[in-house]
Design a protein around this ligand. Structure first.
Ligand code: MG
Length: 269
């Protein structure tokens, strides 16, 4: 009995040794071959033939507030260092609160980042006031503008109907959200936005449309929507050539009192 157990153990060890990992050189060859063939040619017969080992994706860590270590923090409650007024590029006049948030100051105007961005992953948290005022588009209206042109609508839509291509989570007047995923008025919402910037050629013609994906409180509400152009209050979308541009937060000029916190961005290009 003792001998047979020993035999099984030795046999198992030998079998484990039979499966050798490919050497670095073999891996590199396989990587190149896989990329060059683009899944064409003779069907591989070994699992190793379709394994890729390089380049290894960078490691990203996340802090206690959920902020990735490779993100640019645009607002953490400590001040407006990353922001300026849209109207005249002066210092931001919005309210800074003790709970690490900022709130739109009525008529102080929209604000934008000092930095310009192309394609990004953007995290924004926002809330409308618990105390409800007014109706339709005038109830806690704000917005997150990518490249100062493409608005993801912020609005208190709880028991507040409006045109659906202008409701919360709409790409304003272009794309109706797939769902209305808002928290109750007065509670914090999250927007996680994946934006790919449009591309233009040397004579200013658009060669590639921008796209926007939005998760609202973790719910997919915009699924790789292909932008028609800028989001206009009046008129059709426009496609005036542009490069990298700021991210903007809207003052809708009607005492919206929308608050924002924990804003960070990861550049995708
Ligand atoms: Mg708006």
């Amino acid at each position: 009995m003792k001998n047979s157990v020993l035999f099984i153990l030795v046999f198992a060890l030998i079998c484990m040794g039979c499966r050798q990992e490919p050497t670095l050189e073999e891996t590199e060859v396989e990587e190149v071959e896989t990329k060059n063939t683009s899944y064409q040619g003779e069907e591989p017969t070994k699992p190793e033939a379709t394994e890729i080992y390089k380049p290894v994706p960078p490691k990203v860590t996340i802090d206690e507030n959920g902020v990735p270590n490779d993100a640019i923090v645009l607002f953490d409650g400590s001040g407006f260092d990353e922001w300026i007024s849209v109207a005249d590029s002066t210092a931001v006049q919005w309210h800074l609160s003790d709970d690490q948030s900022m709130t739109v100051k009525d008529k102080a105007g929209s604000i934008q980042t000092k930095r310009n961005f192309g394609s990004v992953q953007l995290h924004v948290e926002w809330k409308s006031p618990a105390e409800v005022q007014r109706d339709g588009q005038n109830r806690a209206n704000s917005g997150v503008f990518l490249q100062n042109r493409y608005e993801v609508q912020v609005l208190d839509n709880n028991d507040n109907d409006t045109y659906v291509n202008g409701q919360v989570g709409a790409i304003y007047k272009q794309s109706v959200p797939l769902a209305m995923a808002s928290k109750p008025s007065g509670e914090w919402n999250t927007y996680d936005i994946i934006f790919h910037a449009p591309e233009f050629d040397k004579i200013g013609e658009k060669t590639k449309s921008g796209t926007i994906t939005v998760l609202h409180n973790g719910i997919l509400i915009q699924d790789h929507y292909e932008l028609e152009g800028s989001t206009e209050y009046i008129g059709w979308p426009k496609n005036v050539a542009h490069g990298k541009a700021p991210i903007q937060l809207q003052d809708h000029q009607d005492n919206s009192r929308v608050s924002y916190r924990n804003i960070w961005v990861r550049e995708l290009d």
